[in-house]
Design a protein. Structure first.
Length: 94
């Protein structure tokens, strides 16, 4: 007879285990608690870790072959160690 209540379970029904990832925002390393985040979560983590950006800045992800992709506050991003969230600039209203 096994005593299952003594050992903590490693299986949960709450989805996959978070995968901490370090990305770069404006060339500064930013530790993220998981490998998925919204644009707002990336900005908040970067600001907490001393990256000189503001909450109203627009983030741009640098992709392969010199391409870029704008990241909105609600956009979900799959993060990798090689993720470069490029130059953040203030949104201009024309």
């Amino acid at each position: 007879m096994s005593n299952t209540h003594d050992a903590p379970s490693t299986h949960t029904d709450h989805g996959p285990k978070p995968k901490p990832t370090t990305i770069h925002v404006n060339e500064k390393p930013v530790d993220m608690p998981d490998d998925h985040a919204t644009g707002l979560e990336i900005k908040q983590a970067a600001i907490r870790q001393g990256v000189q950006i503001q909450p109203d800045f627009e983030l741009v992800e640098e992709l392969e072959n010199g391409r870029t992709k704008n990241i909105g506050n609600d956009d979900e991003v799959k993060l990798k160690k090689s993720s470069q969230i490029g130059r953040a600039s203030c949104r201009e209203r024309v």
